[in-house]
Each structure stands twice: as structure tokens, then as C-alpha cells.
Design a protein around this ligand. Sequence first.
Ligand code: AMP
Ligand code: ZN
Length: 461
Amino acid sequence: MTLKFHNTLTKKKEEFKEIEKGKVGYYACGPTVYDYAHIGNFRTFVFNDLLRRYLKYKKYEVKEVMNLTDVDDKTIKGSQKANLSLKDFTDKFAKYFVEDLKTLNIEMPEIMPSAVAHVKEMVKMIQTLLEKDIAYKGDDGSIYYSVEKAKDYGKFAGLDLENLKAGARVSHDEYDKENVADFALWKAWDKDDGDVYWETDLGKGRPGWHIECSAMSTKYLGSTFDIHTGGEDLIFPHHQNEIAQSEGATGKKFVNYWIHVSHLIVEGKKMSKSLGNFFTLRDLLEKGKDPLAIRYLLLSTHYRQQLNFTMDGIDAAHNSLERLNNFMIMLRNANGDSKQNVDSFCELAKKKFEDAMDDDLSISDALAHVFDFVREINSLENLSKNDALKVIKTMIEIDSVLGVISAEEVQLSEEEKELVDERQAARKNKDYAKADTLRALLEEKGILLEDTIDGFRIKRK
Ligand code: AMP
Ligand code: ZN
């Protein structure tokens, strides 16, 4: 099967064809570093990671660029409130963000540009837009993008532009479909911006949010690149404006595949800072939740379906993960003498996993196949070390995409292993009294053994 994505640009599922053979240029809108990211944000970032890991699994060379929005309305306001310089304020949250990425086992993008470090590129793009008469200077000194000059402005976001008032302007970074208007590329300094400004050929001021992503993506990935992602809230105005700016400036198609992640919601509402219904990753870790279970929860719903967040959801994810981890422990301790045809099981499991992922990253199906595989292998008796190693290899390959299996493994001594085997044999022979005695003995040694539907799990106390 070939890889397919649902492309927001065409509103269709399409086969992925890269521009340069074997390579993928990929831009992910990154965080606004004015606070800790919440786990709604991390749903999108975990999806970005799943996508990059699957592309790598398919042997593509991935160049992922994820920006840090460190100058916009929110970061400026936040730094003023905190009484810190914009740099000190945003550096702090950028650092926390990178720490959170690591905690969630999200791979670092190849490039993580900061907007503040790319004002020169933004100014240049705005100048090009001015030269082409697509942008104009307002009487307040700010520079606006004239949406009526853009080819097909609004098509991407499905806007009805009939009621658009010619010349109406919006200077905030964020606005809704009702307020579609010419938007600010460059904001002339005003006293609310305090000491945040640049003296440039465009005058004294600072860039708007949308131009940041156009300038940084095209700088690192070229005028046209393969994939651009973000949460669905970014379709309008942010991504619509990115397309208008970039295509206006370069005259070329901006992005071939746009992939948008549906929201993580809480009781029917989008998790967001403004609604106050959010948890940061750190909130959840403080409640004792396992970061890999959080990752599992965030990635296990298809990206185009809303994900309803609950604490029970994390606990269910934790149980699924334990099944995988215990399976790995069982494999690492396998020492049987029967020869099984695991090669065909492994091949089939991988093929089914790939077919599901190729089909618009259908993660629920892909995971269901992984658990079928776990069940099949668990049902084999006396697995030999050699066969177990083949299964481990398959699981490691699959986990290079999922990133959820913990590296930590419970190592059992020979004596402990014998007790576990003896206990399982007793249970199989329905000698439950003996099985319980052996389990108690293991517990005395600090090993907790728990029966599960598909076998058993072991933990150290
Ligand atoms: P921000 O830091 O607000 O710029 O957002 C960072 C990323 O998180 C963007 O791609 C947003 O679209 C995404 N995002 C924001 N809220 C949610 C949510 N509740 N569920 C999924 N993604 C979200
Ligand atoms: Zn962006």
C-alpha cells in the first residue's frame, strides 16, 4: 500500500508523493511560548511526532521544522505581566517546552527556529508583498495584507467572502471567520508593546504572527514543500494567511499536503487556556500519571477524530501499555524448547500495522493489529529464546513509530524465573492453592505478579 493522508487543501484522502525522492520537508506550527503547553497542544505535538516517526519508518529522510512563536500579542502581554524582558520570559517557556517534549518521548525536530531570530526574513517577505502591491501601509503605519489581491483567499478555510468589507482591517493576531479582513503583516510600534520593537526599513514595529511561519518555513524548506501540520484551530486565519503571504511573495504553490489535528476536548469543549479547562503535562505528572501512558492516550485516537480527555482515559492507556511492556518481559525471559513459525506471524503483524498506518495513519486499526499479534504470540507454548528474539525485533520496529514501550525491563534472576514458571504451571493445572503460595513467595521477594486476560504481568515493588 502507498501512504495516504487527508489533505485539507483538497479535502480528500490523497496518495503522498514527495517533491524530492526519499525526502520530506515538513513544517509543524510550534508553541506560543507564553506559558506551559497544555495537553491539548500536546495532542497535536504527539501527532506530529507519530507522523515524523512513521515517515522515518518508511525510510524517508525527514527534515522537520517546528517554530517557536516568541513574539506575538500573547508573549508580549505575558512578559509585561511577569515583569520580565520578552527574551527572559519566552526562553523560560521554550526550555520547559523542550523538557516536556522529552518527557513525552517526542523526537526533536531537525530545526526549531525562533521568530525573534528571523525578523530580517519577515521584513524581506513583507517588502516583496509591498512591491507586488499585495500589501499596503495603513495610516497607522502598520502594513496590511490586502486579501482581495490574493488568489482564492478563503477557499482553503471554506470562507464565504460575500460580506467582506473592502479595506476592513484587523490588527490582532487571532480573529474568527466573522471578522475576516485585511490582516497585519507588520505592526507599527505602539506604547502597549513597550520595549518590544525593531527599527527596520518598514519602520519601528514588530511582525504579525502569521508572517513568522511563512518566512521561517520557506527559509528552511524552500518556496514549495511537502507537509505542513497544526491543530484544526489554525486553519483560519493562521494557515489561510500563511498560504496567502507565501504564495503572494513567491508566486509558487506553498505546501502540497496540509494535515490538521482535531481537538482534544474536555466535556464537549476544546481544551484551551482561555476557557481555563486545561491540564499541563506537569499537572498530570504531579497526579502520578505515567508520561508514556499520556503519550499513548494522545496518539491512540485517529488524528481527525476529537479526543475526549478524561483521567480514566489515562488509566486505560496505562493498562494497554502494561500489556505491551509485560509482553516484552515475557519475551525477554522466554527460554522454551518448542520451535514455532514466528516469522510468518511477525511478517503479517508488520504488514497489517503498515497497511493501517499507510491509510491516513489509522492508528486505532494499527494498534488493534499489534494487540492481535501479542495475543497470538502469547498463545504459543514454550517459546524459544530464538523465536522470542524475532518477536522482540518486530515489536521494537513497531515501537520506533509508537514510542510507547518503556526501556525499563524487569530482570528476573534464574531463581525468580523458575518460581514464575512454576506458578504459571500450577495455575494452568488449576492448582490454585499452589499458584497462590508461589505468588506470595514472589511478592516476598519484591515481585508483583498479576494475571491478565492475555497472560500475566510482573512488576517490581
Ligand atoms: P499554540 O501554543 O496556542 O500556538 O498552539 C500550539 C498547537 O496546539 C497548535 O498546533 C494548536 O492548533 C494546537 N492546539 C491548541 N489547542 C488544542 C487542543 N485542544 N487540541 C489539539 N490541539 C490543540
Ligand atoms: Zn504557524
